[in-house]
Design a protein around this ligand. Structure first.
Ligand SMILES: *Cc1c(COP(=O)(O)O)cnc(C)c1O
Length: 457
């Protein structure tokens, strides 16, 4: 057995292709519907928001898609990312399990989000786009896209969920430092924002509302501005598969193969990024790795939502997707994992979960921070509260292995660092955090609030 801790790849090992799960998924993708006609969208509906390069990736059935050399050059600023074995954590837990983690917090903006921000800005740039709009929850996606847009000389405006805009000023300042404009959402910049503010001037906002604002600005710009989404869509999941492709090679260097691969899920992109290449090995290579998605108990779209057609945003402007959803009007509690508060889940990931190829688990806030602090104190890295969901599940799997004496191999994705989330850590350390389980009433009749879709899928 190797005594090594860090498994590092060379620049030349940086993947040359992204992996498209749609090529191997046994479940056919459901159609994406136009919100006005309720019929399948046509590409021209999507070209209002996205450049053709990304639309092609969104619907592609090709197994591998080349990563442009211009994108690989920028990836090299932080990729390949390290894979580490958490030996000190293993020891502290007294578990026979081996715990590995892939660390995406080494990217300049501090999370995996840069893996998709760079290609999104790139495909916009080569399509002649001059400016982009986007939303951000806790600010990770906003900072990643702000960096990428700056690299390619694109203007960017960011609509940031108001509660995070107020609670997390440092992410906001980072976004401004990268050169983007940022507005608290709901804002007075859009029709939908003004409507909501007229009813409630202190509205705290939600990702669904911020998406509506960013989409409205792009859709009404006469083609001048395009919109970028940081998760959920097929092309975003595609870009994140560099994580799992590298991890496959690194597990090989470690001489082990994971029994379980774990990631936290907001819209599903970092989990899919690490899990899909391992799912390919399950589907095509006969492996039997369990794939475990971990979500917050306060926004449990996989474990307690319904699998149905729903809008991607609150104002019903985005296309309609078949996905696990808590309803597009869902406003979650203001838990600290701001990046995991989305009402829906990636349609591709939802379908795989529905087909039983992926497992899901919901975890509560206090246990998440317990795990985060234990990880910080043993491994030294202070994780993002989002990533700590994966750590919680990894620790629970390791403790289970301790009970059974099983030498289980666990791999999880550490999607980002938590250096901008220290006030959340302070709340935990001073006993001010509460567990926040979603009351049954709030999701009792989701289906009644979903769009009426007659299409059979
Ligand atoms: C945004 C974010 C997430 C959640 O988004 P996914 O698309 O589900 O990955 C998780 N971790 C970090 C650090 C994030 O920034």
């Amino acid at each position: 057995m190797s005594e090594r801790i860090r498994f590092l790849l060379n620049e030349s090992d940086l993947p040359r292709t992204w992996y498209n799960i749609l090529a191997d998924s046994p479940v056919a993708p459901s159609p994406v519907l136009n919100p006005q006609t309720m019929q399948p969208v046509t590409p021209d509906f999507l070209t209002v928001l996205f450049p053709m390069g990304l639309i092609e990736q969104e619907i592609s059935q090709e197994r591998f898609i080349d990563i442009p050399e211009e994108v690989r050059e920028i990836y090299k600023l932080w990729r390949p990312t390290p894979l580490l074995r958490a030996r000190r954590l293993e020891k502290e837990l007294g578990t026979p399990a081996h715990i590995y983690y892939k660390y995406e917090g080494v990217s300049p903006s501090g999370s995996h989000k840069s893996n998709s921000a760079v290609p999104q800005a790139y495909y916009n740039k080569i399509a002649g786009t001059r400016a982009m709009t986007t939303e951000t929850g806790a600010g990770q996606w906003g900072s990643a896209l702000a960096m990428a847009c700056q690299f390619y000389g694109l203007d960017l405006e960011v609509y940031m969920v108001r509660v995070s805009y107020q609670q997390k000023p440092y992410r906001r300042h980072l976004i401004e430092t990268y050169g983007a404009k940022i507005y608290p959402s709901p804002s007075d910049q859009t029709q939908i924002g003004r409507q909501i503010l007229a009813q409630d001037p202190d509205h705290l906002g939600s990702l669904g509302i911020a998406i509506s604002e960013a989409v409205e600005v792009a859709a009404s710009s006469g083609g001048k501005k395009k919109y970028g989404l940081g998760s959920v869509l097929n092309h975003v999941l595609l870009h994140q598969t560099v994580i799992g492709e590298e991890a496959l090679k690194q597990m090989d260097m470690a001489g082990e193969y994971p029994d379980v691969v774990i990631g936290c899920v907001g819209g599903g992109s970092n989990f899919s990024g690490i899990a899909f290449p391992f799912l390919r090995e399950n589907l095509r290579g006969g492996q039997r790795t369990r794939l475990l998605a971990v979500e917050p108990a306060a926004a449990p779209s996989l474990t307690r939502g319904v699998y149905a057609f729903d809008f991607g945003d609150s104002a019903q402007m985005t296309p309609i997707f078949k996905m696990h959803t808590l309803g597009h009007d869902f406003v979650p509690a203001s838990i600290h994992a701001g990046g995991l508060r989305y009402h829906g889940m990636s349609p591709a990931l939802s379908a795989l979960y529905h087909a039983g190829l992926i497992e899901a688990r919901a975890v509560q806030q206090i246990g998440i921070f317990e795990a985060a602090v234990q990880f910080t104190r043993t491994e030294g890295i202070l994780p993002a509260p989002e990533s700590a969901h994966a750590i919680r599940a990894a620790i629970d799997e390791a403790l289970q292995a301790k009970l059974t004496g099983e030498k289980k191999v666990i791999l999880f994705n550490l999607s980002g660092h938590g250096h901008f989330d220290l006030s959340a850590y302070n709340s935990y350390l001073t006993g001010q955090l509460e567990d926040d389980v979603l009351p049954e009433e709030q999701i009792a009749n989701i289906s009644a609030r979903l769009p009426q879709v007659s299409i059979v899928a």
